[in-house]
Design a protein around this ligand. Structure first.
Ligand SMILES: NC(=O)c1ccc[n+]([C@@H]2O[C@H](COP(=O)([O-])OP(=O)(O)OC[C@H]3O[C@@H](n4cnc5c(N)ncnc54)[C@H](OP(=O)(O)O)[C@@H]3O)[C@@H](O)[C@H]2O)c1
Length: 251
């Protein structure tokens, strides 16, 4: 099994799941650019990973009118961008310091979350498809949704992730005909900074998952590798739920 495309731009690649995917893809021989808002976070990740095939680009995905300029800047570093991983998002808990109840969010926070998790998530997929078609590339796009899409969360985060699954299906079915393979992963609670409020150790028991523990970012990265491999294209326009059997999520 090998990656279908090897010039990969990973939004949210400076930490957590995006960083683990960067590591896995570099191991597979890809060239990778990691993007996020904080240059310091990206540079710290790059130093930790230590690869000559890794580049960084500071960028805020909420700046939807500059997506193409961002792709072009990363293409200059990599020589080409033919593969995208959309892992950037704001978790409600990490962002507001509160939970997912309807009363846990102010109007201003709602706008900040939805600008990234909803609006930017849509424009990224659309603009990535445009970019690949413009350059005649049979590329890959992987969207990191969440199993929060399958929970009774009344609020912003889960609704945005449900939309990501819907767009993955709609764009994936339409542009698979052009050789552009779009899939998604909906992880359960994965041990990253996003859930640091309640996940203090990878060894901490987590009974909500049938497997009794948190998911490791490298486990999600392995699934990402499959979905973006030459084998993964048979899963076209779908989101794989990888939530360790979360008893709060229903499909
Ligand atoms: N951890 C979980 O339990 C879990 C479960 C289900 C789904 N997910 C999803 O998995 C994906 C990765 O999250 P994670 O768990 O790895 O958490 P994380 O470590 O917080 O990663 C999120 C990344 O997104 C970047 N980001 C946030 N806002 C951005 C913006 N406006 N523009 C560009 N980059 C931005 C952050 O970097 P900067 O701060 O530098 O911008 C950060 O590196 C997210 O889509 C998340 O919703 C996570």
């Amino acid at each position: 099994m090998k990656l279908r495309n090897e010039n990969v731009l990973i939004f949210g690649g400076g930490s957590g799941i995006g960083k683990a995917i960067a590591v896995r893809f570099l191991e597979a021989g890809a060239k990778v650019c990691i993007a996020g808002r904080s240059r310091e976070k990206l540079e710290a990740a790059a130093e930790e990973i230590g690869s000559e095939k890794l580049w960084c680009h500071a960028f805020d995905i909420a700046d939807v009118d500059r997506h193409e300029a961002c792709f072009e800047a990363c293409a200059e570093m990599l020589g080409q961008v033919d593969s995208f991983v959309n892992a950037a998002a704001l978790g409600t808990g990490a962002f507001t310091g509160r939970g997912y109840e309807p009363w846990d969010i102010t109007g201003e926070e709602w706008d900040a979350l939805t600008d990234v998790n909803f609006k930017a998530a849509f424009f990224l997929i659309r603009n990535e498809v445009d970019y690949l078609r413009k350059h005649g590339l049979r590329g890959n796009i992987l969207n990191i949704a969440s199993n929060a899409a399958c929970m009774d969360i009344i609020g912003s985060y889960g609704a945005a992730k449900e939309a990501v699954i819907k767009w993955t299906r709609a764009f994936g079915k339409r542009f698979g005909h052009d050789g552009i393979i779009i899939n998604g992963i909906a992880p359960g609670a994965t041990f990253t900074p996003m859930i640091a409020r309640y996940a203090h150790s990878i060894d901490q028991p987590y009974e909500r998952h049938a497997i009794g523990r948190f998911i490791r970012p490298d486990e999600i990265a392995e699934l990402a590798f499959y979905l973006m491999s030459d084998y993964g294209q048979i899963v076209c326009g779908h989101t794989v739920v990888a939530d360790g059997g979360d008893n709060n999520a229903t499909l």
